[in-house]
Design a protein around this ligand. Structure first.
Ligand SMILES: Cc1ncc(COP(=O)(O)O)c(C=O)c1O
Length: 651
């Protein structure tokens, strides 16, 4: 009988189908918001305008490498900032039209979300046509804000706890022609406002931050609710109004503000908070307070895992739904209570910035499959248990994998007992480890083909995750992953036309067991591995950690003295041509030592002295002394990250 023949073309169409499904593993279409895709070369592509024109990330990385700026690389896509700003403003305009809202919307960008000059400047420039302003929470942020050329009608909102100096700086900004609104967080700030305005002789507008009963949802829900550290309780709001009235400053009261926390995952919380705040607004208006702005704060969340759910890494609503609910709810309550509709303000930061940057890093694995062949021992001496392990490895299959895996566990324990008792050589122990590892991998492979995995295979999967040692620091580049377990999409930037065969986790370079990423986004909840490709010797393997544009840039810390990474802005022109701008070197060792009050030059001087002493004592040859010095001088001018991270075989 002839062997069955494969239908012509079947194998290749199966291959194509498999290849096409690779991007689905990483959920690029789910979380990418139209900005990410995969091209025919299997490379990750960024489409800053959500259209056809794209930036091949692998090509951009090669180009930057050629310019002497290798990974780890922070890539920014400034056009995404423009687009997100447009989407947010258009969403509010559309809601205003749909619900016949009788006033306008004016957003402000909160500086703390990403105070990088280029980021804020881009948003300010793109925001001119929408009168986008800035929000600051500290004196330092206010100082930064003064450096931006905002639209003359845009707002400059001063939130945060304030002393007289902050108050005075806000007044000076008002004198410079900025449309300042000082939002009071505590009653004592009203006293400060009265004091400082009397002294300086100008009276900018004032706002009240209300403490709402409604809490947000997700990881930042403690920012809202009655127990929040921010804002005025109802009685404090009334006291603030009484004080202003008694000082004849009531007319300056222009804004009611609230913020129930960042990344609000559930739209019902947004609706409830806006409803409560609108009611407070209406009641204060009835009391005669001339409030004309209602500021709904930040909180507009991002679907990091693409699940569209109310889980911590997702949101169950769109930008349009958010805008609709804000506009509709405020309109509804104002109509009902017959008060004027306020100008709507929002302080969305995460939503504007999050998509605009990602980190490209190189990864390598340590396990070398060829090691097995190098273990040498006399086959005659081989323990019968090792022979049995070899048979298990050869015969394990989809039907018997559970039983054979358990047998292997038992043999492994017996072999290690023999080693403890001195009956087994070190080479045989090495052989046992390798055989067991291979059996585990095969068993897991079969277990993954089944729907219901038993507990021991869930644990095995966890134990067998391959560590991809990656050239970056979690503490410097992705602090929210470490501090609050926030999930960010991780995806290879190449080989996306190749089915990944490994289950991996990422270990960073820091000397800290927390320096790793071992939870990853998944369509449903999260998973404790990410599918990765087998590393090829001598070839870099690049991954991108995406959606890092909000908060990560500024919260990163210098643990282990890993400084800022190389950075570049990547844009796509009208003609589809990719342009790299503002490419800049990350911090060198020389730069980061100054963060902890050392001077690189003094350190070198100190080493020079130590060399001189040893040479004088004849404990060091003068030539070796010179060589020590030049080696250290050379190294401190280099990157704090690894320079040769290319899966080089260890021989
Ligand atoms: C007062 C205030 N406004 C705005 C924001 C920005 O929030 P988001 O990034 O969620 O838009 C924050 C951040 O928590 C905040 O505290």
């Amino acid at each position: 009988m002839n062997p069955p023949t494969t239908q012509p073309g079947f194998a290749s169409s199966l291959e194509t189908a498999l290849r096409r499904s690779v991007p689905l593993i990483y959920g690029v279409d789910r979380w990418g918001n139209g900005y990410f895709g995969v091209n025919a070369a299997g490379h990750l592509v960024v489409r800053p305008e959500r259209g056809e024109k794209g930036i091949d990330l692998m090509e951009a990385v090669r180009e930057l490498e050629a310019q002497g700026l290798p990974a780890p690389l922070l890539l920014r896509f400034p056009q995404i900032l423009d687009k997100q700003l447009e989407l947010l403003n258009e969403a509010f305009q559309s809601a205003i039209r749909e619900f016949d809202y009788e006033n306008t919307y004016q957003g402000v960008y909160p500086m703390k979300v990403n105070p990088q000059r280029e980021v804020a400047a881009r948003l300010v420039a793109a925001g001119h046509k929408y009168r986008t302003g800035l929000e600051v929470g500290t004196k330092a942020e206010l100082f930064l804000a003064l450096g931006h050329d905002t639209h003359p009608d845009s707002l400059l909102i001063c939130n945060g706890f304030k002393d007289d100096e902050f108050m005075e700086m806000a007044l000076r900004a008002h004198q410079l022609g900025r449309k300042v609104i000082i939002v009071v967080e505590q009653v004592k700030e009203v006293h400060s406002y009265v004091r400082v305005t009397r002294r300086v002789g100008v009276t900018p507008l004032l706002g009240l931050r209300g403490k709402l009963y409604t809490r947000g949802s997700g990881k930042w829900e403690d920012s809202g609710g009655e127990t929040s550290k921010f804002g005025l309780s109802t009685i404090e709001m009334l006291e603030a109004i009484r004080l202003l009235r008694s000082e004849g400053l009531e007319d300056q009261l222009a804004m009611l503000h609230f913020h129930i926390g960042s990344q609000v995952t559930d739209i019902r919380k947004v609706k409830a908070a806006v409803r409560e705040a609108s009611r407070v607004y209406a009641k204060l208006r009835e009391l005669g307070a001339p409030i004309r702005y209602l500021n709904v704060g930040g909180g507009l969340g991002i679907d990091y895992d693409g699940s569209g759910s109310s889980s911590d890494s997702s949101v169950n609503y769109s930008v349009q739904e958010f805008a609709n609910d804000v506009v509709y709810t405020v309109a509804d309550i104002c109509r009902h209570d017959e008060v004027e509709m306020p100008t709507l303000v929002s302080e969305s930061g995460r939503a504007l910035t999050v998509y605009h940057s990602l980190l490209v890093l190189s990864s390598e694995t340590r396990f070398d499959a060829n090691l097995q062949a190098r273990v040498e021992f006399d086959p005659e001496e081989k323990s019968p248990l090792l022979v049995e392990m070899t048979e298990i490895l050869e015969e394990i299959n989809v039907k018997n994998y559970r039983e054979y895996y358990h047998d292997a566990l038992q043999r492994r324990d017996e072999l290690f007992s023999l080693f403890d008792l001195g009956y087994l050589g070190i080479e045989e122990r090495a052989q046992a480890e390798l055989l067991f590892h291979e059996i585990c991998q095969k068993a897991l492979h079969y277990a993954m083909l089944t729907k219901n995995r038993s507990e021991d295979f869930v644990l095995l999967a966890k134990a067998l995750r391959k560590k991809y040692v990656s050239n970056f620091s979690v503490f410097q580049s992705i602090p929210d992953s470490w501090t609050i377990g926030h999930l960010f999409p991780v995806v290879p930037i190449h080989r996306l036309d190749e089915t990944p065969t490994e289950y991996g986790i990422l270990a960073d370079l820091s000397c800290d067991s927390d320096g790793k990423i071992e939870n990853f986004i998944d369509a449903k909840t999260y998973k404790d591995y990410v599918e990765l490709h087998e590393a090829r010797a001598g070839e870099p393997y690049y991954l991108a950690i995406c959606l890092l544009g909000a908060y990560q840039d500024i919260m990163g810390c210098y643990h282990n003295l890993f400084g800022r990474v190389n950075e570049a802005h990547v844009l796509v022109g009208e003609d589809g041509e990719v342009r790299i701008e503002c490419a800049q070197r990350g911090e060198r060792i020389r730069d980061v030592v100054s963060m902890v009050d050392y001077s690189a030059d003094k350190l070198i001087e100190n080493v020079r002295q130590q060399v001189a002493n040893r040479v004088a004592d004849k404990r060091l040859d003068p030539e070796a002394g010179e060589s020590i010095l030049s080696s250290i001088e050379r190294t401190i001018e280099r990157t704090t990250y690894l320079r040769d991270h290319h899966n080089a075989p260890e021989s």
